[in-house]
Design a protein around this ligand. Structure first.
Ligand code: RB5
Length: 147
C-alpha cells in the first residue's frame, strides 16, 4: 500500500507525526508538501493528492490542514475522490467500511497527535464492506457524472 500525504502550513506539524506513524507501521508514503511554515493555499496540496489517488498512482491519501475542512472540500471536487474529514476513530472506521473513503482529512487544530494517530490506525485497518454500500457509493459518483 502506498499513501500520498499533503498539508498546508496549518497541518505541517501533525503531518510530521503521521509520517512517523506510517514509518512505524511499515507503510510507504510520499509527501506533496508543504514543507515550511509559510502561509500557503490548501487547494494547491489537495489537488495533487486527490488526482494521484483518483488515477490509481497511490492507494490512499491523507490531507491535513487546520480543520481538515478546506482540504476535504477541495479534494472532493476531483472525480473519483471520497474524502472524509474525521475527528474520531468510529467515524474513521465507518468512512472506510461504508463510504469507501479514499482520502482522510484531519485538522491539526481539532485533534491532538495521539488521537490523530488512532484515527489513522483505525482508518487504515478498516475495509470497505461492499454490498448495499457499493450501490450507495455508485450513486455518489453518479452525481459527479463519472459512473
Ligand atoms: C489556514 O489558516 C486554514 O484556513 C486552513 O488550514 C484550513 O483550516 C482550512 O480549511
Amino acid at each position: 500500500m502506498k499513501i500520498l500525504l499533503g498539508s498546508d502550513h496549518g497541518g505541517l506539524r501533525l503531518k510530521a507525526e503521521i509520517k512517523e506513524l506510517l514509518k512505524e507501521m511499515g507503510i510507504l508514503y510520499e509527501d506533496v508538501g508543504c514543507d515550511c511554515d509559510d502561509s500557503v493555499d490548501y487547494p494547491d496540496y489537495a489537488q495533487p493528492v486527490a488526482e494521484k489517488v483518483a488515477n490509481g498512482e497511490f492507494d490512499l491519501g491523507i490531507l491535513i490542514c487546520g480543520t481538515g475542512i478546506g482540504m476535504s472540500i477541495a479534494a472532493n471536487k476531483v472525480k473519483g475522490i471520497r474524502c472524509a474529514v474525521v475527528s474520531d476513530e468510529f467515524s474513521a472506521r465507518m468512512s472506510r467500511e461504508h463510504n469507501n473513503a479514499n482520502i482522510l482529512a484531519l485538522g491539526e487544530r481539532v485533534v491532538g497527535p495521539d488521537l490523530a494517530k488512532s484515527i489513522v490506525r483505525a482508518w487504515l485497518s478498516a475495509e470497505f464492506q461492499g454490498n448495499r454500500h457499493e450501490r450507495r457509493v455508485k450513486k455518489i459518483h453518479a452525481l459527479e457524472g463519472s459512473e
